[in-house]
Each structure stands twice: as C-alpha cells, then as structure tokens.
Design a binder for this molecule. Sequence first.
Ligand code: 5GP
Ligand code: ZN
Length: 117
Amino acid sequence: MAGEAQDDCLFCKIVQGHVPATIVRETDTTIAFRDINPQAPTHVLVVPKAHYPNAATLAAADPSVIADVLCETKVVADEDKLESYRVVFNTGAGVGQTVFHVHAHVLGGRGMQWPPG
Ligand code: 5GP
Ligand code: ZN
C-alpha cells in the first residue's frame, strides 16, 4: 500500500528506530535528523514517516504531509538560528539521490554558490 514502510529502506529503519540517528525534531508525520555526512554546519534531513520515493510522489498522494515536511524545514532552520538556508529535494539518481525515501535537505551556516553544482 502507498506510504507503507519498506524493509529495504534506510530512512524507514530510522523512522522505526531500527537504525540510530541524531534526531532533532519529531511530529506526528515527520522526523528530522542530522545528516551522517554533513555538507554544511547545519545539514538536517526532514523526512515523512510514510515511505514515498520522492517529493513529487508524496505531493500527489498526500499533499498535507509534504506541507508538513516544508513547515518542519523552517522550524529546523529557526532552531539552528539560520537567517538563510537552502532546502533541497534531490529527485532521481542523475542528480544525486541515493536514498529513495523522500527527504528535504536543510543546509545552512555557510555561504553557498548559485547555480548549484
Ligand atoms: P540524497 O543523496 O538521497 O539526496 O541524500 C541522502 C543523504 O542521506 C545523504 O546526504 C547521506 O549523507 C545521508 N545518509 C546516508 N546514510 C545515512 C545514515 O545512515 N544516517 C544519516 N543520518 N544520514 C545518512
Ligand atoms: Zn522508506
């Protein structure tokens, strides 16, 4: 069924508490935890508890939960006192998505270039 936990999904395992992570926030529908390989002083991943492979599939299936994810990105940024930050949803292996459970990267605490690499 859509949204069900997948046995082979790392972020489902983190949601279920089967793989440890440094969790910074949890709501009814989301969790946020620090990236294991941070690319900026703040690098937090906000993920829905339900399993969807990317942002577009979640938005189509359950728009309120993608809204929850976006709201949580701001809370994470506020808690780390970030005035500027970047929110990234990698979508597809061709742009670097490696975990196919939708997640928003919240990156901040250093200057960044635009366009991104
Ligand atoms: P993607 O490349 O799919 O957009 O992002 C996946 C992110 O998950 C990467 O930034 C990677 O460092 C992070 N990651 C991979 N394995 C783990 C893990 O076991 N724990 C945590 N906290 N982050 C992970
Ligand atoms: Zn998953």
